[in-house]
Write a protein that binds this ligand. Structure first.
Ligand SMILES: NC(=O)C1=CN([C@@H]2O[C@H](COP(=O)(O)OP(=O)(O)OC[C@H]3O[C@@H](n4cnc5c(N)ncnc54)[C@H](O)[C@@H]3O)[C@@H](O)[C@H]2O)[C@@H](O)CC1
Ligand SMILES: Nc1ncnc2c1ncn2[C@@H]1O[C@H](COP(=O)(O)OP(=O)(O)O)[C@@H](O)[C@H]1O
Length: 606
């Protein structure tokens, strides 16, 4: 029984699309602002002041609901109703400048503040008052220097991380990359840790003292239960791509994102490190007039669906053909892939479904879905004829990678293009497509041309994208945006690059999925997505947006989120505690998805 409303289903709630930018674009927006005569230091002050306002709301005296690590009980109130403490970790760039000013403002409002500098040499900590010229030799920017001077003039207490930690490490005989800090009250005792080591200027993997500092922040925050607030971007996370080098970045509870929402906070590693993202916009931005256009849009709200017309029949909602589910050389086979796609397409409300799968699976398929029709995958004439009749075809899920499978893939793709049908290509279909491109097969160019006129959707995960582009998976992962654009250039069509924060490229627009969860990293979830895409496409009564690729990705992710948020209905009368999660991310199964998809579809219908 599904009990929980999915996040973000927006039938009753209009919301603005969230535009996403890379670091260079954010610098460009800043530069444009400065060119209008506004001062960069004033912007830094404004940023720090607004962030301070937010951090003050985290005051442990009333933050029990905000900081889940520190639930507040009556007996603890006495302990926490005292001067709040912040430990601000600052680097040498402007991000560090923000940190210095936050330290200053927090001290002004009565917080106990400790600044820890990282990568700042001793002379930079003794800047002269009249030093307002360009950037300092240490890499300190002039704005950051001014910020530091203001904080020091207010007697902000600071400590060089290197002086303290590195000598302590040597004493303790620790390896050079490891950090070691004795139980120093100044470092450990804080309610909030503020990470201002790196922002959008991170260009390479943190090493040496930076690496140690990031480890130290994560370690101490975990030990003390302090809330971690990242300034702009968690240090270690590349704002433009969502990449974290060597799995080392600040593990933030909250990220205060300055000026414009960064693309990297929402894809790849972003969601694992950024925590809750709060916008601090600062500079007015209008996408219609500004030269800098967002690189992507965050997919949050699904398009509400209109109810069906009473006077309609199954033919009004399209016919989906699923081609896949093969059994190669007497193996156990991949019938499940076709079954999952079929069940998911049905759950979206497609009128009719036929499955062309290996005959060995017809019995199983009809047992679980008597409403589907079946055809032998290897009945080339029969399948080719049916292609002419149906509205949309999804091909490749469990199709097999052997030569025989490749032959039927080519044959069916040709038939699809001959009849001008919408098509979804997934899994083994993508494998064959990659092989065809390697062999310079004419079908790839034909598909690209075809996609100019007809709908072609391709749905690789990073491994499949690597095959399609003949690259290593790491290279795809290091820049997923570039990868999806290269896929579209090479093959044409609309794309989903699956994974955490799936990317969708449709009609040259890029979207990032804000829904879905790591429980969906399990077998068959991709087959489910193909079914959802095909099922929506078949329903011609829906508008283009309602049946779009981005809508399908949202419905799929929302269904996965709904499953991991399901709660029991029972209440324990003794403890007063009630309701627990029924299914966690571990153990989420693709076969549970069709029921959740049906429920999401119903919730979306207005
Ligand atoms: N005045 C402004 O322009 C404003 C800037 N803002 C802040 O400024 C930040 C950007 O400032 P910066 O451009 O100085 O960038 P950062 O503060 O992120 O630091 C970049 C510096 O670190 C170095 N660096 C990069 N990767 C490194 C690594 N792995 N190890 C060691 N050093 C490394 C770079 O060479 C550069 O010197 C934003 O994220 C935001 O926090 C905000 O204050 C808004 C106003
Ligand atoms: N960590 C995650 N967060 C969000 N969605 C995920 C995550 N891992 C997997 N998914 C989603 O689950 C699906 C998995 O697809 P795929 O890897 O093709 O599975 P399979 O090949 O087993 O069918 C994709 O839609 C993907 O975006």
């Amino acid at each position: 029984m599904l009990t929980q409303m999915p996040r973000f289903v927006g039938a009753n709630r209009p919301s603005l699309p969230i535009a996403l930018f890379d670091s260079q674009q954010v610098y460009a927006i800043e530069q444009d602002w400065f060119a209008q005569g506004y001062s960069s230091f004033a912007l830094m002050q404004q940023a720090a002041w607004q962030m301070t306002q937010y951090i003050i709301t985290l005051n442990p005296c009333y933050s029990s609901s905000i900081n889940p690590k520190k639930p507040l009980t009556a007996s603890k109130y006495q302990e926490v109703s005292r001067q709040p403490r912040a430990c601000v970790w600052v680097g040498h760039g402007n991000n560090g400048g923000d940190g210095w000013l936050i330290a200053y403002y927090l001290q002004q409002v009565g917080w106990h503040v400790q600044v820890i500098t990282v990568g700042i040499n001793k002379s930079s900590n003794n800047v002269k008052d009249d030093d307002t010229s360009g950037d300092d030799a240490s890499g300190f920017t002039s704005d950051a220097l001014r910020a530091q001077r203001i904080a020091l003039a207010d007697h902000c207490v600071y400590q060089r991380f290197e002086d303290y930690c590195c000598s302590a490490s040597e004493e303790a005989g620790k390896e050079s990359d490891d950090f070691y800090c004795a139980d120093d009250q100044r470092l450990l005792q804080a309610d909030v840790y503020i990470d201002a080591i790196f922002g959008i200027g991170l260009t390479r993997a943190p090493t040496g003292v930076y690496k140690k500092a990031i480890k130290a922040v994560n370690h101490h925050a975990k030990q003390t239960g302090a809330l971690v607030v990242a300034v702009d971007v968690p240090s270690g996370l590349v704002a433009s791509t969502g990449q974290v080098y060597q799995r080392l970045a600040i593990q933030a509870d909250v990220t205060l994102c300055l000026i414009a929402r960064k693309f990297g906070l929402h894809t790849k590693d972003g969601m694992d490190y950024a925590g809750e993202v709060i916008d601090v916009p600062l500079i007015p931005y209008n996408s219609t007039t500004h030269e800098t256009k967002p690189i992507a849009t965050l997919l949050v709200d699904a398009q509400p669906l209109s109810p069906r017309r009473q006077n309609s029949y199954k033919g009004s909602y399209g016919h989906v053909l699923i081609i896949g589910g093969n059994r190669v050389d007497g193996s156990q086979g991949m019938g499940g892939a076709a079954i999952l796609s079929t069940a998911s397409a049905m759950a979206t409300g497609a009128g009719k479904i036929t499955v062309a799968c290996h005959q060995a699976f017809h019995g199983a398929l009809l047992t679980s879905m008597p409403d589907a029709m079946t055809l032998d995958l290897h009945d080339v004439e029969g399948v080719s004829q049916l292609i002419e009749e149906v509205s949309v075809i999804a091909i490749g899920m469990g199709l097999g990678r052997d030569t025989k499978s490749e032959k039927i893939f080519i044959r069916y793709l040709q038939a699809i293009m001959q009849h001008g049908k919408s098509i979804v290509i997934d899994a083994d279909g993508l494998y064959h497509l990659a092989g065809l491109r390697k062999n310079s097969h004419e079908l790839v160019a034909q598909l690209r041309d075809y996609s100019q006129k007809y709908l072609v959707c391709l749905t690789p995960h990073s491994g499949e994208a690597a095959m399609l582009l003949d690259k290593e998976v790491d290279s795809i992962e290091s820049n997923r945006l570039l990868a999806i654009q290269q896929c579209a250039d090479a093959y044409g069509g609309n794309w989903v690059l699956k994974g955490a924060g799936s990317l969708v490229l449709a009609q040259s627009n890029v979207y990032v999925s804000a829904v879905g969860n790591a429980g969906m990293a399990s077998a068959g979830m991709g087959d489910v997505l193909s079914g959802v895409i095909a099922g929506l496409l078949a329903q011609r009564d829906l508008s283009a947006e309602q049946r779009s690729l981005q809508q399908a990705v949202l419905i799929h992710g929302l269904a996965g989120d709904m499953l991991v948020n399901q709660q029991s209905n029972d209440v324990d009368n003794n403890t007063g505690s009630q309701r627990h999660l029924l299914v966690g991310q571990r153990g989420l199964q693709a076969q549970d998805m069709p029921a959740a998809i049906r429920h999401v579809m119903q919730l979306m219908t207005i």
